[in-house]
Unconditional design. Sequence first.
Length: 250
Amino acid sequence: MAISGLVITFNEEKNIGKCIDALFEVCDEIIIVDSLSSDNTVKIAEEKGAKVISQKFLGDGPQRSHGLPYCKNDWILNLDADEFLDIDAKDFILKQKYLDGNYDAFSFRVKNFLADELINFSGWYPDSKVRFFNKRTAKPSDDKVHQKILTTNEKQVAVHILHYGWSSFDQILAKKNQYSTWHAQQLFDQGKRISSLKPILNGTISFVRCYFFKKGIINGLDGLTIAMIQAFFSYMKYAKLLKLQRKEKN
């Protein structure tokens, strides 16, 4: 079965070459939907043999959906530029284990790294994402942040994606700040309205879950730091939503 690799990018010159090389181990074509990068992302991608589609960023889900018509194959491996298949996931795809049963989407476990350090506590593992699906019956949602795959018959499999999303705590803070802004706007546009207690309640619950129930407490200062980051941006997402509500009333 032929597979199309689909990647959305913006200024990913550090990752895109390695990403495409890895995808070609299991895919026969690579489609890049690039959000008007200002670095060498497009040049590198084209030199590596990928087809590049330029599209102003529409949001996470819509941007991925935009690339689907350019994919000639039904099965789509939709990774981000900083995500790579682990050995077990490659084996799952190359041996066509996804054809066992009538499934149209597969959820893989995600190993998240801070630089080269695996973060397997504070809710960062086990994490899971649907990155492999059949476009005939499954597709990305229209969510502009944290999109999900809309599927009729999903299966969770114990194989892994390696996610090298952050090189420092500064980068985590910057990305999560952006995501919290997008998520707040998305909730507001969907008609979500909250009370003033919601940010405090969610931030507190997030910290307790990550630090005490998700092994943060046994991972020293890093465990505490990750739990605090998770809690803060859980708080900020709803604080930003509250700000939008008050602006609407005024």
